[in-house]
Design a protein around this ligand. Structure first.
Ligand code: S3P
Length: 173
């Protein structure tokens, strides 16, 4: 079985993915890390040097590769992964794969993302909290169409990581 975590940047996919994998005694795989290793570049460098279209093409190739060849994992996707190039269908059609959408409120996302926006190519140009909020509100609205097609939805606000992991386990088992 593979568990796929999706959700907006800052929704906690990596942290929850790592903790959930330990609890389930599955291996953990972060798609962004996998892309960085395969491409021998950081995500920021890929965006800067090759552009987003190249990144999205590679993201889709590596998603397929990971789902085909790596079983029994908890896999954290990038925030945009399910929203491009038929990736959602790839996830939905992958046998014994269950997906969870980590749903985090706009306010909470802004709190988390403002501090660390420099690491994220899509939002690093946004200077103020208000600019970031306007961007994320619209972006999240567009992306929710895809995220909401996950097998399960987990609201993360006002919960610590333990609680999110326990509730995810209850959904899955
Ligand atoms: C992206 C999210 C990032 C990374 C890339 C694009 C997105 O991953 O894949 O910067 O389109 O939302 P995280 O969600 O892990 O930050």
């Amino acid at each position: 079985m593979n568990i796929v975590l999706m959700g907006y940047m800052g929704s906690g996919k990596s942290l929850i993915g790592k903790e959930l994998s330990k609890k389930m005694a599955l291996e953990y795989l972060d798609l962004d890390d996998y892309i960085e290793i395969q491409e021998k570049k950081s995500i920021s460098e890929i965006f800067e040097e090759k552009g987003e279209i190249y990144f999205r093409r590679k993201e889709s190739v590596y998603l397929k590769e990971v789902l085909e060849h790596h079983k029994n994992r908890v896999i954290s996707l990038g925030g945009g992964t399910p929203c491009f190039a038929g990736n959602l269908e790839i996830i939905q059609n992958s046998s014994s794969t269950k997906s969870i959408y980590l749903q985090t409120s706009l306010e909470e996302l802004i709190k988390r993302l403002f501090k660390e926006r420099n690491k994220r190519p899509l939002i690093q140009h946004l200077q103020t909290q208000d600019e970031l909020k306007d961007f994320v509100r619209k972006h999240l609205f567009e992306r929710s169409f895809y995220y909401n097609q996950a097998d399960y939805k987990m609201v993360t606000d006002k919960k610590d990581s333990n609680q999110i992991v326990e509730e995810s386990l209850a959904l899955l088992l």
